[in-house]
Design a binder for this molecule. Structure first.
Ligand SMILES: Cc1ncc(COP(=O)(O)O)c(C=O)c1O
Length: 394
């Protein structure tokens, strides 16, 4: 056999692949398995979104099927700029400061290819979306983790990172509302990050995939672009996957610093084409719509969150309710030093899959993430199971 490249040999399996295997090999019937592992939305998009797509498909039967321009459909970029103006009161140039992506994961990994040589340093606030760590491994970058701790409300303590690290860093990755911890950050966090980036000359990467999923009305979900100097040093990723249940469509975008965007276009134009034009145009229709399609999502996740917190609470597992996103993050019962052990035992005993904290960074191994991706009936069924109520949570 031909040996794969050393970067592949060094790579572990994506943690969710492991979970998928455990689930596949389990003999229990599907209705007795409760998969709260992967953060993949369980509902379809709103029927109006499907209708928008059907219309777009019919509208330009020939043009739709051609390659999209590398920098995407101009009407999509304009819709993003208009939405930013309305949503965040921020102006961006749709021609130079916005780029559609094949889902934001596409942009995150190619950003690293565009900027990082082996051994380059990046600072990542962790626990984090595992794709940051995976993409950094591919380009053999040196990742310095900035721990997000419950005692700081999961906000970064920038002062804890030594100056010499900031001096070398090329990126700082921040994600609020956060996967996996469900925390939100005020604009002051982004202000601090931008000031640091100006001082030490690095790029702040804000991942705003969950901007529309604040679970309470007073939870802040600012954009880093609201910081006046952000366009000099920052970019921001967005996704249609979670706000609109469109994970399989693969539509996202990045906006902000034009030099970074142009270097990303350079990489992407050598590796892919932009998303199917009918999808980009549907994305534009969603952003331009009077309807806030994310409202139903917020309601749904809020109701599920309350059921989970109450259900586990009654069984003696007191979990902290998240203010945002679709995840519950907390410590596993004390008798487990490592949440991987807990996740395996919990699955075997109850059929419930959760994600161990070690998937999201190196200092959260006693934590686990619950993705709220099963409906209320299924949650009730989960708590109705003798096997779940018989599990010892203390
Ligand atoms: C923080 C964060 N960013 C980005 C993504 C990826 O989104 P997309 O489907 O747009 O690639 C996810 C997916 O789980 C995520 O949690």
């Amino acid at each position: 056999m031909i040996r794969p490249a050393s970067r592949v040999q060094k790579m572990g399996r994506y943690v969710f692949e492991e979970i998928a295997r455990m689930k596949r090999e389990d003999p229990r019937p599907a209705e007795d398995i409760f998969d709260l592992g992967v953060g993949s939305p369980d509902q379809p998009p709103d029927p109006a979104i499907i209708e928008m797509m059907a219309k777009q498909l019919r509208a330009r039967p020939l043009e739709n099927h051609r390659y999209s321009p590398f920098d995407g459909a101009p009407e999509f970029r304009r819709a993003v700029a208009n939405w930013y103006e309305r949503r965040f009161n921020v102006s961006v140039d749709p021609d130079k400061e916005v780029l559609p992506l094949i889902g934001s994961k596409d942009g995150i990994s190619k950003l690293m290819l565009a900027y990082l040589d082996p051994g380059d340093t990046i600072v990542v606030a962790t626990p984090c979306y595992p794709a940051y760590l995976g993409a950094a491994k591919i380009v053999e970058a040196n990742v310095i983790e900035l721990p997000l701790l419950p005692e700081n409300n999961y906000l970064p303590d920038f002062a804890a990172v030594p100056h010499q690290v900031w001096d070398h860093a090329k990126f700082l990755f921040l994600n609020y509302p956060n996967n996996p911890v469900g925390a939100a950050a005020p604009l002051s966090t982004f202000k601090e990050a931008v000031a640091l980036a100006e001082k030490f000359d690095f790029i702040v990467v804000s991942d705003l995939a969950y901007s529309e999923l604040a679970l309470e009305p007073n939870v802040p979900t600012p954009s880093i672009m609201q910081v006046p100097e952000a366009a000099d040093v920052a970019i921001e990723f967005h996704s249609f996957s979670k706000s609109y249940n469109m994970a399989g469509w693969r539509l996202g975008y990045v906006l902000g610093n034009r030099e970074v965007i142009s270097n990303l276009v350079k990489i992407k134009s050598n590796m892919d084409f932009a998303v199917f034009l009918a999808i980009q145009r549907t994305g534009a229709d969603i952003l331009e719509s009077e309807i806030d399609f994310a409202e139903a999502q917020r309601k749904r996740y809020r109701a599920r969150r309350d059921l989970f917190i109450e259900g586990f609470g009654k069984l003696g597992w007191k979990l902290t309710p998240p203010p945002a996103a679709m995840y519950i993050w907390d410590r596993v019962p004390k008798r487990y030093a490592d949440a991987t052990e807990f996740a395996k035992e919990f699955f075997k005993a109850t059929g419930v899959i959760v994600s161990p904290g070690s998937a999201f960074g190196s200092h959260s191994k006693e934590f686990m993430r619950i993705s709220m991706v099963v409906d209320e009936q299924k949650i009730e069924k989960l708590f109705g199971k003798v096997r779940v109520s018989g599990f010892k949570f203390d």
